[in-house]
Design a binder for this molecule. Structure first.
Ligand code: AMP
Ligand code: MG
Length: 397
């Protein structure tokens, strides 16, 4: 194998091939986990009117302290029929419209409600407990910019600002295909030499949670014709993600068959562990990832390269993996040539994240990996990282 690309170099090559897909208008209710392709602007001021932050009494601050008559009670969605007159108070609920003429709300806890009057003992400051119209955002303002990934807070912000439709890149269509004659679905009886297929379901979840519409093919035998047929069909999607069959063995057929079908290899092999024999190729605008078959290698490849590609296809402002930092709980020997991605459990310690590698770091050990919640990056280099060394990690999805 020629000099391997570093993880960073490989990611650059992937992202430069991942051009944003066409945009479409999407009802907000279908926009969760998608990426905005255009700025989304507020349809209204938010809040749309001066609104009470508390249950209490709307007053003129100048009239406090004092004993004030109460004729009107304002509920959320039920504004007062008239402005507040000098010298009066109106009952008001949280979210009620603060009436014209009022400039403060005295909380119920600081008032004595006598039914037709209220006694307010202390002075209220002008503006107290009044949420200004447009205080969160004004009508026409940008709620969220193009490139934003829509999580829970983001869809709520759009809904609150009256945005019923957004413009998003089309969701990438991904075909996942697992290769390997030995693979059987869970529930089937295992024959000699057979194992249960686990990469397909893993990749489907890891990729659909990044916005992809995933189609999963049934496992493909290590046979040229089966590979041709499966790959040909898969190449109709925006992204093909295969697992297995990208190493140097006689039964590793993915790259050869892909080449036959006009797929142009961009790179094969990344200086990382696990997941070294990962291949990336393109045919026209279709991206083709060949992930190694060992389940942990497949997972690492999906997190480091395929999910970023999906975000890039959707026009995300920053599609790269969202690394955080924490402290190593145990020392780690660095590999001179390859970046290591170590499965670890995170815990909070003195306000920082402590990362403890799990026992069982081999690339077939998916059960051990499943007990981890972090993928720790141990950069290639000399010597050891001491316990307490600051490292980057990727939360496991
Ligand atoms: P390969 O990359 O095809 O040489 O496969 C490497 C190892 O991963 C072998 O032990 C395979 O049996 C195993 N493997 C390949 N594909 C899968 C899969 N989809 N699910 C579970 N194990 C797999
Ligand atoms: Mg195989």
């Amino acid at each position: 194998m020629a000099e391997l690309l570093t993880v960073d170099e490989a990611l650059v090559r992937v992202l430069e091939r991942a051009r944003p897909l066409a945009a479409e208008t999407v009802p907000l209710v279908h926009a969760a986990a998608r990426v905005l392709a255009a700025d989304a602007r507020a349809a209204v001021d938010l809040p749309p009117f001066p609104s009470s932050a508390m249950d209490g009494f709307a007053v003129r601050a100048d009239d406090t302290p004092g004993s004030l008559p109460v004729e009107v009670r304002i509920a959320a969605g039920r504004p007062a029929p008239r402005p507040l007159a000098p010298g009066e108070a109106m009952g008001i609920a949280t979210g009620g419209v603060v009436p014209d003429g009022a400039d403060a709300v005295v909380p119920i806890e600081q008032a004595e409600d006598l039914g037709d009057r209220v006694t307010i003992a202390a002075h209220a400051d002008p503006g107290a407990n009044v949420r200004a119209a447009g205080g969160d955002i004004e009508a026409g303002g940008v709620v969220l910019g193009a490139g934003t990934v829509l999580g829970a807070a983001q869809v709520a912000a759009l809904a609150a600002a009256g945005v019923a439709e957004v413009v998003c890149a089309r969701r990438p269509r991904v075909t996942v295909l697992a290769t390997g004659t030995e693979l059987r679905p869970p529930g089937a009886e295992l024959g000699p030499g057979e194992i249960y297929e686990s990469n397909g379901i893993m990749l489907e979840l890891a990729l659909s949670s990044a916005g992809a519409v995933v189609e999963r093919q049934s496992p493909v035998e290590d046979d040229l014709d089966a590979h041709r047929e499966a790959l040909e069909r898969a190449l109709e999607s925006d992204v093909v993600v295969s697992s297995g069959g990208v190493s140097v063995g006689p039964h590793d057929l993915v790259r050869g068959v892909a080449r036959e079908l006009g797929v142009e290899e961009v790179f094969w092999g990344v200086a990382m562990r696990p997941g070294k024999p990962l291949s990336f190729a393109v045919r026209d605008a279709t991206l083709v990832f060949g992930l190694p078959g060992n389940p942990v290698s497949s997972l690492v490849g999906a997190l480091l390269f395929v999910r970023p590609a999906l975000y890039a296809l959707q026009g995300a402002a920053d599609p790269r993996p969202a690394f955080r930092t924490g402290l190593l709980a145990a020392g780690a020997t660095r590999n001179a040539h390859r970046d290591d991605f170590v499965r670890a459990r995170s815990e909070l310690r003195d306000g920082d994240v402590l990362l403890r590698p799990v026992v069982g770091q081999e690339s077939h050990m998916i059960v051990r990996a499943a007990s981890a919640d972090a993928l720790v990056h141990v950069p290639r280099g000399d010597g050891v990282l001491e316990p307490g060394a600051r490292v980057r990690y990727l939360p496991l999805v």
